[in-house]
Design a binder for this molecule. Structure first.
Ligand SMILES: [Zn+2]
Length: 78
């Protein structure tokens, strides 16, 4: 994710709490900055927060099957 987009997300998200459902690499001027940002709120995530996200994803491997070809979540009502 472009650093600029992360900044826009942060401004749009404000001070609301976020459970950081997923993260992405932060890209600055076309290069990986080495930082990871939340795809929902745009916050710079600490190593502990990234570890937490990875753990949650491992707990629900079936969630990966709910993604369509475009990589977006397919929400099933039941
Ligand atoms: Zn977040």
């Amino acid at each position: 994710m472009q650093a600029k987009k992360a900044q826009i997300l942060r401004e749009a998200w404000g001070d609301r709490p976020c459970d950081h459902p997923d993260y992405d690499r932060e890209i600055v001027l076309g290069c990986d900055s080495g930082d990871k940002v939340c795809t929902q709120c745009g916050k710079d995530l600490s190593a502990e927060e990234i570890e937490e996200i990875r753990r949650k994803k491992q707990v629900s491997p079936l969630a990966a099957l709910g993604r369509n070809d475009k990589g977006t979540e397919t929400l099933c009502p039941k």
